[in-house]
Design a protein around this ligand. Structure first.
Ligand code: CU
Length: 146
């Protein structure tokens, strides 16, 4: 997992620390035809982040399109095919998302922003997602939410 902090001068960083402001991180999730754990997959499939962080979906391979399945506070989002897409994790909780054309192939992912305040509802909604292949992936990702 690659996490990139915004570049700040030391003075600004110290000021931010002194004032108690956490620096928002930008995370990357790759959209791949073939990954370390199988075909048609997001990497990382489970991502731990903080509220206020951003997640950039990177179209390493083509024909992928990220979309939310479950989001805290019901905030839905949808990227465009073959384009980088950035989501701000405005609400704390568990986000479950999928790739529109490859959802049934198990191209799904989980993002945890801060505390998993909606975990029970997220698990229930995730169980309703129709996945034909790589059925264990989503459960594996959700099991990492702590
Ligand atoms: Cu896809």
């Amino acid at each position: 997992m690659k996490t990139k902090r915004h570049a700040l001068g030391l003075g600004a960083a110290l000021l931010a620390l002194a004032s108690g402001n956490a620096l928002a991180a930008e995370h990357e999730v790759k959209m791949l035809n073939k990954g370390a754990d199988g075909n048609f997959i997001f990497e990382p499939g489970y991502l731990k982040a903080a509220k206020g962080d951003t997640v950039k979906f990177v179209p390493v391979d083509m024909t992928h399109q990220p979309q939310s399945e479950v989001a805290p506070a019901g905030v839905a989002w949808k990227g465009e095919m073959n384009k980088p897409f950035t989501v701000t994790l405005a609400s704390e909780g568990v986000y479950v998302y999928s790739c529109l054309p490859h959802k049934t192939m198990g191209m799904v992912g989980v993002i945890q922003a801060g505390a998993p305040v909606n975990l029970a509802a997220a698990k229930e909604a995730a169980a309703g997602i129709k996945i034909a292949q790589n059925k264990d992936r989503l459960d594996k990702y959700l099991a990492q939410v702590k």
